[in-house]
Ligand binder design. Structure first.
Ligand SMILES: Cc1cc2nc3c(=O)[nH]c(=O)nc-3n(C[C@H](O)[C@H](O)[C@H](O)COP(=O)(O)O)c2cc1C
Length: 255
């Protein structure tokens, strides 16, 4: 079967042509260098043994890093009531000791899943820095007043779009249909502020574990995972466990 080379990828033509089958597209040659062995992330490199403060350090470095376009973009994984996971990207809009905040539509698939199972996972990947952060915890809705306040700061077009997407993730017949509804909403709120739809708002994820990952070219990656100390754990008798601040402990994980 003929093959087409797209940049460095070799892609089976069946993906693009009208052949029946799809060839296996081999990507085993893709290998990007990460950090060198003299550029490690060791325990003494932590600027804080409170993972929220350490996250603030990495987030600020990611925001300042030229190669990172949207440092606050993260994947959010939820689990359905029948145990099936799903992931999507959302934007982190704030964090503090209480957790990590994002905004969405309370009628969406993610919202339905979080309503039956509050356990979620967040993940950041700042590829040009060879860093990733994994967070696991429980999501709860934030105060409506907090969502209303944030909604009022959004661009008007985004506010209108929130009214158009009344049931995010449900099928709609065409883009034209969406544009029709958009026009109606624009007419409805002509000359006045666009109110927050009642089905739109924020969540906060209270973290139970936070892992800082920094990649090495030789795959001997650095991984420091913080978690809440369990009642029977003792840092003096467990050589893997280190004392953190504010009830956290941390440990190095095998790469
Ligand atoms: C970079 C990026 C950022 C996004 N940010 C958000 C967000 O903050 N809130 C949101 O509801 N959807 C956001 N989306 C869209 C979601 O990924 C997703 O399509 C939508 O929320 C529906 O997901 P669901 O059907 O699983 O609920 C973003 C998508 C991308 C690629």
């Amino acid at each position: 079967m003929p093959e087409t080379t797209i940049r460095k990828f070799t892609v089976g033509m069946a993906c693009y042509g009208d052949n029946d089958g799809v060839e296996e597209n081999n990507l085993t040659h893709l290998r990007h260098p990460y950090r060198g062995t003299d550029d490690t992330f060791l325990e003494h490199h932590l600027e804080s043994s409170d993972p929220i403060k350490q996250f603030a350090v990495w987030m600020n470095e990611a925001i300042a890093h030229k190669g990172v376009i949207e440092a606050n973009a993260m994947s959010l994984s939820t689990v359905s009531s029948d145990g099936k996971p799903s992931s999507r990207m959302v934007l982190l809009k704030g964090f503090n000791n209480d957790g990590f905040k994002f905004y969405t539509n309370y009628n969406s698939r993610k919202a339905n899943e979080m309503a039956t199972n509050a356990n979620v996972a967040l993940m950041f990947y700042w590829n040009t820095m060879h860093r990733s952060v994994r967070i696991e915890g429980k999501a709860t809705k934030i105060e409506t007043s907090n969502s209303t306040e944030y909604f009022s700061t959004r661009p008007r077009k985004s506010q209108i779009a929130a009214h158009v997407s009344i049931k995010q993730s449900y099928p709609i017949e065409s883009r034209d249909k969406l544009l029709e509804v958009e026009k109606d909403i624009e007419k409805r709120y002509k000359g006045v502020d666009v109110p927050k739809p009642e089905y739109w708002g924020g969540y906060i994820v209270k973290p139970e574990s936070i892992e800082f990952w920094q990649g090495q070219s030789n795959r001997m990656h650095d991984r420091l995972r913080f978690r809440k100390r369990e009642s029977n754990e003792n840092v003096t008798t467990n050589p893997c466990l280190r004392e953190g601040e504010n009830g956290w402990v941390y440990e190095r994980l095998m790469p």
